[in-house]
Design a protein around this ligand. Structure first.
Ligand code: Z57
Length: 830
């Protein structure tokens, strides 16, 4: 049951508040051994990075035995295995995570201190593993940690990109992208497995062969092969009880050098094939909710799907000696449609390679696969041109046609003849050239399809999958996202964690719902004082970072108002900027009033090709420049745009936040997960009724969250009346003043026309309804300010946010997936 899964068995590695002297000595010796024999340095010559490597190796050594035990136990006990297929894993740093989950943080701190090195300092030498863009990739990382914590026999499968998400530099406020190089100094966490290698085909043709019994079989003869090489990273769960594997594929040419071409003097031509093959795992696509649509992206998708499926089938055959029982023993989760080609590839492997009859293969495929949808944005739904698929993956395209034909036959047989419906549920979109709808392929090939919040799942049924959902009414389910509390509370906010454990008991370490026990202290003066002191300490630390990176001096006692996420029009950073300007105008008009001092903190990257989003970043920086240098508002309002937002920066910002901006146009943010991290750490949310905000409101209580603006239904209605906002703007003097100022160059005197186009779009074509929600948002921000002035009321609400967020643990989410989609249970003790 999900309750059982939620309560992982206690391991003997309790938290290490007071490390024993002998364990400190053991660890110290282990670090020195690793420094000598793995790093090849002695204490005198070791650099900080050498110490970091030795510390990681010593930590990793404590994981490896558990890892092998977990791996062996999965063969012995045979729990149903889970394969989480994701083109993104946004992991961040691993050292803090590993030490914390092993209960070794304090022991390691003491051991390194004895060696004269500072653990905190070493932690920062680790580069972020940024193999993801944003929420979707970070969710995959949280899920990996929760699956290990719940002892689910799971593998994550993805791509080992040489270069993760680009590094963002702000030059005069403009975003610039620089390549990221996380592997430059090697990666001490991973194990290369050159023997785990699969051939991945591309192109070529399909041969039809008639066997003696008269049946036709098909054999794909690819024109090109690339090898997929495995790299494994152990993922250790809470208290070290169970260790899973994240297996990432790297592309390698089968034939790295054409010696004849080289000998003929064509040195570049001799390695051309190698370059083409290895391009597949070179770099993460920085697109977020805007599909790349490039041939290389499709090559990445097929490459990792095929390698992962071949690997899963090999493991299944090794354990069970036949493939027919796959669906009983294996669950494959598709993280969005990026791995959706898996549906066709699994059919190909079952039918063409393993000789299973089509009908049975289809039952196996559907029984094994399930699919998570993360967006409703029509422009974000993946589709591939039929001619491209025919050329690159001819056999898979044939299989897609056959799946579609059988699917449409069954639709017609069940009495549906309506041409509109048939066109709507077909896997082939005939509107703009013929394209394969990857969402339809994933839906039809799955036994369960899930959305990521209650609202999103409801809208999924009403919009993207309206017709398919009617045909298969039990297929769409909801699994509201969650976050791992180990990283986002225990590690990121040790001060708060200690206070919570002292007040609510050690139970909070294993049962997130135990956080409710702090609710009775929400008005207790002593507790409030300590809670406020922790927050202040975190704000002092963030103020240092802001001074360092933005050269903006902020007072830790002002309201820290944060919006940290990818920059996208639907997330409406613009709405926040407009409100900032309106507040600036209001303060200047009446500077003698008792304004609530605040700093608006922004962080986030825009897709490199998303020009409008990059202009929004520039606007935020232009506004910051003017406001931060205006003596009239000094002390009352500041703006800071922190560059290069990533997991590590999030870990610094979130514990220091007072107000969490979750202000997307209702109906457009599938769930959000930053909203959960901020509320857990005691930030109050100002937000629309969108994504998981709806459920956060239910859990923290209506009086502890600031909700404003149109609902998803009202958004649909409003758009129905057209998105010209001239009348709306005419009714709002504040908005008019803001738009006039921005549009006329008040914030861009060096280029007064810079924002004319942006203001024109807001005025005449405001798809994201920034103008329509402006007044409500402005008014809501004034309520926030009023609450801030009532310190007791603010802290009470803040504490009740932390107290109410237990349900958003990704352990709860994973327990639901395990029960209702995967039908798997915790693996027995190894
Ligand atoms: C991505 O990060 C998300 C959706 C996508 O379609 C792509 Br592509 C990338 C995000 C959603 O925008 C968030 O609302 C959601 O919380 C997250 O996925 C995890 O489900």
């Amino acid at each position: 049951t999900s309750e059982a899964a939620c309560a992982p068995s206690l391991a003997d590695t309790g938290r290490d508040i007071a490390p024993a002297a002998d364990s400190v000595a053991n660890l110290r010796e282990a670090i020195l051994r690793r420094l000598t024999y793995s790093v090849g340095k002695n204490q005198a010559s070791a650099s900080e990075y050498d110490w970091y490597l030795a510390v990681v190796y010593a930590t990793r050594d404590r994981i490896v035995e558990g890892w092998m035990a977990s791996t062996n136990a999965a063969y012995v006990h045979g729990p149903k295995r889970v394969y989480y297929l994701s083109l993104e894993f946004l992991i961040g740093r691993l050292l803090g995570d590993a030490l914390n989950n092993l209960g070794l943080t304090e022991t390691m701190r003491a051991a390194t201190r004895e060696l004269g090195v500072d653990l905190e300092r070493l932690r920062t030498l680790e580069p972020d593993a940024a193999l993801g863009n944003g929420g979707l990739g970070r969710l995959a990382a949280c899920f990996m940690e929760s699956m290990a914590t719940l002892s689910i026999a799971a593998h994550g499968y993805g791509i080992r990109y040489d270069h993760g998400l680009f590094r963002q530099v702000l030059k005069d406020g403009w975003q610039q992208e620089y390549p990221e190089d996380w592997l430059a100094l090697g990666n001490p966490w991973e194990f290369k497995r050159p023997e785990v290698c699969y051939r991945i085909g591309f192109g070529g043709a399909v041969e039809a062969l008639t066997s003696p019994d008269g049946a036709t079989r098909y054999a794909w003869k690819p024109a090109e092969y690339v090898e997929a090489i495995a790299y494994d990273t152990p993922v250790v769960g809470w208290r070290g009880a169970h260790v899973n594997t994240l297996r990432l594929w790297s592309a390698r040419a089968c034939d790295p050098l054409q010696l004849d071409v080289f000998n003929a003097g064509d040195y570049v031509g001799a390695v051309a094939d190698k370059m083409r093959a290895e391009a597949i795992s070179k770099v993460l696509y920085p697109s977020d909710e805007t599909p790349a649509g490039q041939e290389l992206r499709l090559r990445q998708e097929y490459f990792f799907a095929s390698a992962s499926l071949q690997d899963a089938l090999r493991r299944h055959l090794k354990q069970y000696q036949e493939v027919r029982s796959l669906a009983e023993h294996v669950a494959i989760q598709l993280n969005d449609t990026h791995p959706a080609i898996s549906v066709a590839e699994l059919m190909r492997l079952l039918v063409d390679v393993h000789g299973i009859a089509w009908e049975e293969a289809w039952k196996i495929t559907q029984g094994t696969i399930s699919y998570t949808n993360h967006t409703l944005l029509p422009e974000a739904l993946e589709s591939w041109p039929v001619p491209l698929l025919e050329r690159m993956l001819p056999r898979q395209m044939q299989i897609i046609y056959l799946i579609n034909a059988l699917h449409l036959d069954s639709v017609r047989k069940s009495g549906h003849t309506d041409a509109r419906l048939i066109a709507a549920v077909s896997m082939i979109d005939e509107h703009a050239g013929r394209r394969v709808r990857m969402g339809h392929l994933a839906f039809i090939g799955s036994h369960k399809v899930n959305g990521v919040s209650a609202l999103h799942s409801k809208l999924l049924k009403q919009t993207v999958f309206r017709d398919l959902g009617t045909l298969y009414p039990d297929r769409i389910v909801n699994k509201t996202n969650g976050i791992t509390f180990r990283r986002w509370l225990f590690e990121a906010n040790p001060g708060l964690t200690r206070l919570l454990a002292d007040t609510a008991g050690e139970g909070i370490y294993d049962d997130p719902m135990a956080l409710r026990k702090i609710a009775p202290y929400a008005s207790d003066a002593a507790f409030v004082g300590e809670f406020a002191a922790v927050k202040r300490q975190n704000k002092v630390a963030l103020a240092k970072i802001i001074l360092d990176r933005c050269h903006v001096k902020v007072d830790p006692d002002v309201l820290f108002d944060v919006q940290i996420k990818r920059v996208h029009e639907y997330k409406r950073q613009l709405l926040n900027i407009l409100e900032t300007v309106a507040l600036y105008d209001a303060i200047r008009a009446q500077p003698y009033l008792d304004w609530v001092p605040r700093v608006k903190i922004f962080a986030g990257k825009a897709a490199a090709s998303y020009h409008h989003a990059k202009l929004i970043i520039k606007l935020a920086n232009d506004v910051a420049n003017v406001i931060n240098n205006d003596p009239t508002v000094r002390g009352m309002l500041k703006v800071a745009y922190l560059p290069n937002y990533n997991v590590s920066l999030a870990e610094s910002i979130i514990p220091a936040s007072d107000l969490s901006e979750q202000i997307s146009t209702a109906g457009m943010e599938a769930s959000g997960t930053g909203n959960m991290k901020l509320a857990l750490n005691g930030a109050l949310t100002i937000g629309t009724l969108d994504g998981a905000n709806v459920e956060i409101k239910q859990h923290v209580g209506d009086e502890n969250i600031f909700i404003f603006g149109m609902t998803a239904e009202q958004v649909a209605q409003r758009r129905g009346r057209g998105i010209d906002m001239r009348e709306t703007i005419a009714r709002s003097p504040a908005l008019r003043e803001v738009l006039d100022a921005i549009g006329s160059g008040v914030f861009s005197p060096d280029d007064p026309g810079r924002y004319a186009g942006l203001v024109d779009i807001l005025t005449h074509h405001d798809h994201f309804l920034v103008c329509e929600d402006f007044d409500a948002y402005y008014a809501c921000q004034r309520e926030v300010a009023a609450k801030w002035l009532d310190r007791a009321a603010w802290w009470k609400a803040s504490i009740l946010n932390t107290a109410g967020m237990g349900w958003f643990s990704s352990d709860r989410t994973i327990a639901e997936y395990a029960d209702e989609i995967w039908k798997t249970q915790a693996q027995k003790k190894e």
